[in-house]
Design a protein around this ligand. Structure first.
Ligand SMILES: [Zn+2]
Length: 128
């Protein structure tokens, strides 16, 4: 699968963060000011789709809009570029979800908006 294919396919769901032109630090979600050096010379940067679980928790109390998915894993994933992302871990056996586990991004249905019935998609991660 080429990079170009991914760019087209994920036009609306790219994992875009920001990169500091001054020091090179990358952040997700995008920021206007670098957390590391304070520069405002930030540019959009597509994030790597793989990383490792830094920490996680299993949520049993459903959040509004996520009732059908409880219980589920919520994790802080450190992407391969060092950026951290708060995300859901899906389709992974319980015993595979642990600190340090390698994960990759996937686009999944995130929730259904109760008012409109609109389905919202977003990034989730799978243990590899
Ligand atoms: Zn910086």
């Amino acid at each position: 699968m080429t990079i170009q294919y991914w760019r087209i396919r994920d036009r609306y769901y790219r994992l875009v963060g920001s990169r500091c032109s001054a020091c090179g630090a990358e952040s997700f979600p995008p920021v206007y000011r670098c957390k590391k050096c304070g520069s405002e010379r930030m540019v959009d940067k597509e994030m790597p789709r793989s990383g490792r679980i830094l920490t996680y928790t299993q949520l049993h109390e459903p959040l509004p809009g996520f009732e059908a998915q409880a219980p589920f894993y919520l994790a802080v994933v450190k992407l391969d570029n060092g950026a951290r992302i708060l995300t859901q871990i899906v389709d992974s056996p319980d015993e595979s979800v642990k600190t340090g586990a390698k994960v990759r991004a996937t686009v999944r249905r995130a929730k259904v908006d109760g008012e409109s019935g609109q389905i919202v998609y977003g990034f989730k991660f799978i243990v590899t």
